[in-house]
Design a protein around this ligand. Structure first.
Ligand SMILES: C[S@@+](CC[C@H](N)C(=O)[O-])C[C@H]1O[C@@H](n2cnc3c(N)ncnc32)[C@H](O)[C@@H]1O
Length: 268
C-alpha cells in the first residue's frame, strides 16, 4: 500500500502530521490575516480568518465544521474534499433519486452523506446506498493502477453499520462491484460519490450510475487528480470522451461530472 495512505489509515487524526505544514505555519504566524488585510486595503473583510489566501470556508465555517468534526476520524478524505461533497449533495437533494457511495472504507464520507440527508428540508423519501467489499481492493490492472489486491482492507461491515445505525435510510451492500449492483432497485440517482481508486472499479461505477443520474445530478470522483490513482482518471476520461458532459477537475484532486439537463450523448 502507498506509505502516505498507510500512515493515514493507522494513526488517529490527532497524532498525524499536518497535511500542509507550510500552510499551517502561515496560519499560525498570522501571515494570512496580514495578507488579507493588506489586500483589502485595511477595510474589514467578513470571515477574514477563513482567507488562506482565498476564501476557504472548509477551514471552519460553522455549519460544515459541525459535520466535519463528526466524520473526520472515520475518513481518508480531507476537509476541502468533504466540503465539496457537502455542498454538492445539498444542491443535488433538490433533484429526484437516491444517493450512492462506491468506496466506503471506514464510513466517514458515508456518515457525512447521512447527516446531510437527515438535515435536508423537506426531507424526501430516498435511500443512501453504500458499496464496498470491506475486504479492500479487488484485482487491479498492472501498469495502470498503483494499488494491489487487498489494499485498504482495514475495516469491516460491522464497523460501518454501527456508525450508521441511527440512519434507517442507509443501506450497506457488502461485496465487490459490479456484482453488488446486480438486481438493485435503483431507478434514479441524484448524487454519487465514487471513491474506489482503481480503473475497472471506476468504469463499472460509471456504467451503472450514469444512465440513472437525474438531469442536473452530480457524480464526484474522489481520486481523479491523485498521482496514486492514475487508473481512476483514465477511467473517467475514457468514459466521458464522447459525452455531453465535460469532467470538471477541481484543485482538491476531485473531479465533478454534472449530468447535462438537455442533450444526452451517453458514455462510452
Ligand atoms: C479510498 S477508500 C474509500 C474512502 C472512504 N470514502 C472514506 O471516507 O475514507 C476506497 C475503497 O474502495 C473499495 N473498493 C475499490 N474497488 C472496489 C470494488 N470493485 N468493489 C468494492 N469495493 C471496492 C475498497 O475496498 C476501499 O475501501
Amino acid at each position: 500500500m502507498l506509505i502516505s495512505k498507510l500512515i493515514r489509515t493507522l494513526l488517529p487524526a490527532d497524532l498525524q502530521a499536518p497535511r500542509r505544514p507550510l500552510n499551517e505555519i502561515l496560519v499560525r504566524s498570522g501571515y494570512f490575516r496580514l495578507r488579507t488585510s493588506v489586500a483589502a486595503h485595511g477595510l474589514p473583510v467578513p470571515d477574514a480568518q477563513l482567507y488562506r489566501p482565498l476564501f476557504s470556508p472548509w477551514e471552519g465555517e460553522s455549519a460544515f465544521e459541525e459535520i466535519f468534526q463528526r466524520v473526520k476520524d472515520h475518513t481518508l478524505c480531507s476537509r476541502d474534499r468533504c466540503y465539496i461533497l457537502w455542498t454538492t449533495l445539498r444542491q443535488a437533494l433538490a433533484n429526484e433519486g437516491d444517493v450512492l457511495e462506491c468506496g466506503v472504507f471506514r464510513g466517514g464520507t458515508a456518515l457525512l452523506q447521512a447527516l446531510t440527508m437527515q438535515a435536508s428540508s423537506p426531507r424526501q423519501q430516498r435511500m443512501l446506498h453504500l458499496f464496498d467489499s470491506f475486504e479492500g481492493m479487488p484485482e487491479t490492472v498492472q501498469g495502470v493502477d498503483r494499488f494491489k489486491r487487498g489494499d485498504l482492507s482495514g475495516t469491516s461491515v460491522t464497523r460501518v453499520e454501527g456508525l450508521l445505525k441511527a440512519f434507517p435510510f442507509a443501506e450497506v451492500h457488502p461485496g465487490f462491484i459490479p456484482a453488488t449492483f446486480a438486481g438493485l432497485k435503483v431507478e434514479k440517482v441524484c448524487w454519487a460519490h465514487i471513491d474506489v481508486d482503481i480503473y475497472q472499479s471506476v468504469r463499472d461505477c460509471i456504467s451503472f450510475i450514469y444512465p440513472r443520474l437525474s438531469p442536473g445530478g452530480f457524480m464526484i470522483f474522489d481520486d481523479y487528480g491523485f498521482p496514486s490513482c492514475p487508473g481512476a482518471r483514465r477511467a473517467v476520461d475514457e468514459s466521458f470522451a464522447n459525452s455531453a458532459e465535460v469532467p470538471i477537475c477541481l484543485p482538491t484532486g476531485q473531479c465533478l461530472v454534472v449530468k447535462s439537463p438537455s442533450i444526452w450523448v451517453g458514455v462510452k
